[in-house]
Write a protein that binds this ligand. Structure first.
Ligand SMILES: Nc1nc2c(ncn2[C@@H]2O[C@H](COP(=O)(O)OP(=O)(O)OP(=O)(O)O)[C@@H](O)[C@H]2O)c(=O)[nH]1
Length: 539
């Protein structure tokens, strides 16, 4: 089963691409980066607190305290009993007597209510109406609810134990949510994360004699969830692709539909369509293919938006079919080295994690090498992916030489008999000559260990960058010998058409596409599916 999976996703055999030139001197001295990488600013919140002084002590002007008797004090503070009722104040003794009378009345009402319930009804089935003291009149319905709400304390004290912590978050995502400190937890009213409310089913206090358990454990019988868990139906890959490309396709088809409302196909409409397709990043070549085919089939006739979408899907598929190829793993090389390159934030590390999940899930031994030595977070992120995917991991200290790390990684992967070594690299803009030279060096160093290594040089492209992706491919291809592409972030962009333009221009294999941040959001690139999804058609 594992082998058939690998065959589906990857193809074994010698890669079709030219081997990377090798035999260049090894240069492994440590170096530091002189390029500024973007850093996130931490917002600082400050709160000022005012303290008000109390009133000054009652001391006479001469600084001598006045002497008064106890009786004087009492008469000065407490008015006479007959004056109290005029002031709307009831002496404490009267309040106590009233409270006692109320309590007696209440217990009588409850007793009456209980006698109305048939003895045969089990307690848990007691009708709410009968037991509700408001309904039964045992408690008076408050006359003015707002008045009561006003009297409630403004802030409900938060138990530290109720606040979810990083430990509670689980490892479903490689990015761990960071809980704010207890004092900064946003309240439910603000729409943020509210501290968990104590549930009736939680055992609040240990029974007498039972051990005190660590936080997160409870004693008592197994708690049954009160609400059934509703499982979301699993979407097919094509459905996920359609959803991911929805912004691209809805914009494109909406504009096409508007163009072809009650219009016969003439030169002007064809020109408008060509402009529209170019603006949608599909590229001049593909735009002209679509208009030529449409013109030869329907010139002078009525045309609907759907007619255009069908022809567009068919022409896009013709461009994409030659590049939709599986990633060839040559397992006669152990390890098969995949070097992952690309501009900052294009999804290199995430894609490596997704690839490692597929490969190790199919039974291959994988090693991940943290060649992005500029960002501590990138090293940590890759380590998390390695742990999640049961892959071997090799990293080095921040600022160390990336080519040296690649060299060590190759030797370790070989010693550990890994099938695949995937080397992450720091993101770099294609116009930064020095950083691009570092990539060249990584390729040279790997080539000293195996003349064919790196066997695959994968470039990740962020679909949201649009036209800029075209020049990214051009330069990375020249410097690092890119021989395969993965396009990420096709979800949430209206610029998915750029993949068609890149395929038409560079004709490099497109192995996978990413339509989300989850581990399952990377799939082999299928030309027909992609063409249909982008044209807003069914499979
Ligand atoms: N929506 C979406 N987000 C993605 C996809 N692939 C990656 N991302 C997100 O893009 C962001 C950057 O991804 P990384 O994997 O860190 O990118 P990188 O190229 O390694 O970044 P650098 O190390 O800075 O060069 C992260 O938030 C990822 O979760 C995708 O297919 N769809």
């Amino acid at each position: 089963m594992a082998l058939s999976f690998i065959k589906k996703v990857f193809t074994f055999g010698k890669p079709a691409e030219e081997p990377v030139p090798a035999a260049v001197e090894r240069e492994l001295e440590p170096r530091s980066r002189d390029e500024d990488l973007p850093v996130a600013d931490d917002p600082v919140l400050a709160e000022e607190m005012d303290t008000a002084g109390g009133p000054a002590a009652d001391i006479d002007e001469g600084g001598v305290e006045a002497t008064v008797s106890e009786d004087d004090v009492e008469s000065a503070i407490l008015p006479a009993a007959d004056q109290l009722s005029d002031m709307g104040v009831v002496p404490l003794s009267l309040l106590e007597a009233e409270a006692a009378a109320e309590a007696e009345a209440e217990s009588q009402t409850v007793a009456e209510t209980v006698t109305e319930i048939p003895a045969s009804v089990p307690l848990k089935h007691l009708p709410h109406e009968a037991a509700d003291p408001v309904e039964t009149g045992a408690l008076e319905q408050p006359a003015d609810l707002e008045e009561i709400v006003e009297k409630l304390p403004e802030e409900v004290p938060t138990e530290p134990d109720e606040i979810p912590t990083e430990d509670d978050a689980g490892l479903d995502s490689p990015y761990q949510p960071i809980s704010p400190p207890a004092g900064e937890m946003p309240g439910r009213a603000e729409g943020g994360i509210a501290p968990a409310e104590p549930s009736e089913t939680t055992v609040a206090e240990p029974e007498t004699g039972s051990p005190i358990l660590p936080r997160g454990f409870a004693t008592g019988p197994k708690v049954v969830e009160s609400e059934p868990v509703v499982l979301q139906p699993k979407l097919s890959w094509f459905q996920r692709l359609r959803i991911g490309l929805a912004r691209t396709s809805s914009q494109l088809t909406g504009q096409i539909a508007a163009l072809f409302t009650k219009r016969k196909l003439d030169d002007e409409t064809l020109q408008d369509l060509e402009d529209l397709l170019i603006q949608a990043d599909l590229g001049v070549e593909t735009a002209m293919r679509v208009t030529d085919t449409l013109s030869s089939e329907r010139y002078g006739k009525d045309v609907t938006g759907e007619d255009v979408s069908r022809i567009m899907a068919s022409e896009i598929a013709k461009v994409l079919k030659p590049v939709a190829r599986p990633l060839q793993l040559d397992l006669s090389h152990k390890p098969h080295v995949i070097l992952v390159v690309g501009v900052n934030g294009t999804g290199k590390t995430t894609t490596i994690g997704k690839l490692a999940a597929k490969l190790s899930g199919a039974g291959l031994k994988v090693m991940l090498a943290a060649g992005d030595t500029f960002r501590a977070a990138a090293i940590e992120q890759l380590k998390i992916w390695a742990d999640r995917t049961n892959s071997e991991f090799i990293g080095t200290k921040l600022g160390a030489d990336a080519a040296g790390l690649a060299y060590d990684a190759f030797e370790q992967a070989k010693a550990k008999k890994c099938d695949v070594l995937i080397v992450d690299t720091a993101g770099r803009l294609q116009n930064k000559a020095e950083l691009m030279a570092e990539l060249e060096k990584i390729v040279r160093v790997l080539g000293k260990l195996d003349p064919d290594a790196p066997h695959t040089v994968l470039q990740t492209l962020d679909a949201t960058t649009g036209q800029n992706a075209l020049s990214q491919v051009e330069i990375f291809r020249n410097v690092a010998g890119v021989n395969g592409l993965i396009m990420t972030k096709l979800d949430g962009t209206a610029r998915g058409g750029i993949l068609v333009a890149i395929s038409a221009k560079h004709k490099l294999p497109v192995y996978f596409i990413g339509v989300g941040e989850g581990v399952e959001d990377l799939e082999p690139f299928e030309a027909e599916d992609f063409a249909h999804a982008i044209a807003g058609l069914g499979q």
